[in-house]
Each structure stands twice: as C-alpha cells, then as structure tokens.
Write a new protein. Structure first.
Length: 156
C-alpha cells in the first residue's frame, strides 16, 4: 500500500470511529438505537458486515480464554475466602464435621460468652467482623467474575 492510500484508509477508519461515537451518544438516550445496531450489524447477512464483525471480534476470542482462566482462579480464591470465613466463625467445622462436635461447640459457646469478660467479647466481635469481611469479599469476587465473563461474551 502506498502512502496516499494509507492516508485515505486511515481517514476512513477515523471517520468510522467518529460515526461510532456519534451513534453511541444517541444510543445512550434512545434504547431503540441499540436494537437497530444489533439488527444492522450483528444480525446482518451481508458478507461485508460479517467480515467487519470478524475483524472486531478477533481479539475477543483470545480474551474469552483468558477470562475463563482468570475466572477459575477467582472462583478458587472466593472458595478459599468462604472456607476461611466459616473456619473463623465455627472453628470446629474445620477439624470435624460430625453433628455431635457442632452441638458441643454451640453448647460451650453459650456458656462461655457470659464468662469471657471484655477482652474475650472483643475477640469474638473481631473474629465475627473478619469472617463477615471474608464472606463479603468472596461474594464480591463472584459477582465480578460474572461481570467479566458476561463482558467477554459468555452468558452466566
């Protein structure tokens, strides 16, 4: 491609970019514009429009694979935060999941709460606060995973 042709093509791409920005400004105020864009570009049977869509979506395919790998890691992190939060609230659940140990834990907890004093109560409140923060972080991570996968083009 010669220099003059390159400048013309760059000018066309710049004009296309400005047109897209103008249409998006209109789409923010009129929801019917989004439907029209979908109909004219995404659902078009014209081969040129399909080729244009492929050019735009080429980098998206790599993004989907990366988003899936990142999401798996974030889901693993959320599960670790959840287990840590449960472990802080119910320490006996980490060692034993038998119903008897859980019942003994709660029966001992009721008796000891009144005999703990100020520092023991403070420790319980701090532990509870930390576990709530861990749970909230886990749910926030899962919500972000859902948003990232949706943004990458996967339906969650």
């Amino acid at each position: 491609m010669q220099r003059g042709d390159s400048d013309k093509i760059e000018g066309l791409v710049d004009k296309l970019s400005l047109d897209v920005k103008a249409v998006m400004l209109i789409a923010k105020t009129d929801p019917e514009v989004a439907v029209l864009i979908d109909k004219k570009i995404n659902q078009s049977v014209d081969s040129d429009m399909q080729d244009f869509r492929k050019i735009i979506q080429q980098s998206r395919e790599v993004k989907i694979f990366g988003a899936i790998l990142i999401s798996i890691g974030e889901i693993a992190l959320a599960s670790m935060l959840t287990v840590s939060g449960i472990g802080i609230i119910f320490p006996t659940l980490i060692g034993s999941l038998s119903p008897g140990s859980i019942i003994r834990y709660f029966s001992a907890f009721d008796i000891d709460v009144f005999n703990l004093g100020f520092s023991g109560s403070l420790v319980l409140i701090v532990n509870y606060g930390i576990s709530v923060i861990l749970f909230a972080s886990a749910f926030y991570i899962l919500r972000k995973v859902s948003e990232e996968l949706t943004e990458a083009g996967l339906k969650v």
